[in-house]
Design a protein around this ligand. Sequence first.
Ligand SMILES: [Zn+2]
Length: 368
Amino acid sequence: MVFNDCLRLREGCHAAGEKVSDTEVQRRVVTLAKHTPQRAWLAEAPSVALVQACNDARRAYRNWFDSLSGRRKGRRVGHPAFRRKRGRQSMRLSRNGFALHGERLYVAKAGNIKVRWSRPLPSEPSSVTVIREADGRYYASFVVERGTAPLPPCDREVGVDVGLGRLMVTSDGEIIANPRFLRARERHLARAQRALSRKQEGSANRARARHRVAVLHRKVREARLDHAHKTALRLVRDNQAVYAEDLAVSGLARTRLAKSVHDAGWSQLLRLFEEKAEHHGREFRRIGRFEPTSQVCSACGANDGPKPLSVRIWACGACGVVHDRDVNAARNILAAGRADKSNACGGGVRPPHAVAAAGEAGTHRSAA
Ligand SMILES: [Zn+2]
């Protein structure tokens, strides 16, 4: 609500040619609004959460504005969406908005809340996000500092091709599919969504169907995340370095499939690789430039031209080697990643463990 009020106010002022400062926005949306009957409930909400909502809205608005005026580089940022009351809601609280009393979580203005812990907290959290999922469940997500747990160095490296039909294919030729139970859940979800669209607007049946969709949605999301965690951990554990193509530069990002790539959790997967590699003292590198990974033969380097997505297996016209499309792409990603790394290290290819052991920055600087 506060987020939406902030956006509306900023837009109104912009249309009227009026400049408002960030503190003025906050004053009008929070402090003054508390005295109106429609927003009287704001007095019940923890003020740190209200300030956080104002800050989030300011960032969203500014990103969009800077993107329009060309001040912000990279992908165009859309107009910030108004947040809906239905569906997922969240509230972020910094250090002075919450406290932990043993098993209980104290939230400002809400009081003590009993928490079912999914795992013990490794250290004192610096903030908490309380999320109300669309299916009515509440979650508390803590930000904590975590020490690293470096793994002994090894000399294997792998390139991964993240895809649509298959979750991932590695340069070793391993195919990691989405697990069967996940696909089954996705089918259930699709069925529930179709059922929802047939229900009459505003009916009790519709509300029930919507709840069912929300529950299935959460199950799919959790199952996918769990699988992604396990896959990322295994690859980071088995390899000194993992290379993947950045979604922003991949060939797929230029197609209309990009949306479903996002849905497949590509960016989430890359983030997990990053996190786990950092935690375990391993390396993860994104290939940050466009490479025609599915067109180039990984054996001889000949560019065989673009191929429609339906072509899964092809024989190189130059050297005759038969390739699985995705394995070939993963091998090219591995090669591109190694080339990127040796460039970053000042030209010389150094043994992978030297990079990890000495710490990245130090090694690079001394080599440059
Ligand atoms: Zn070839």
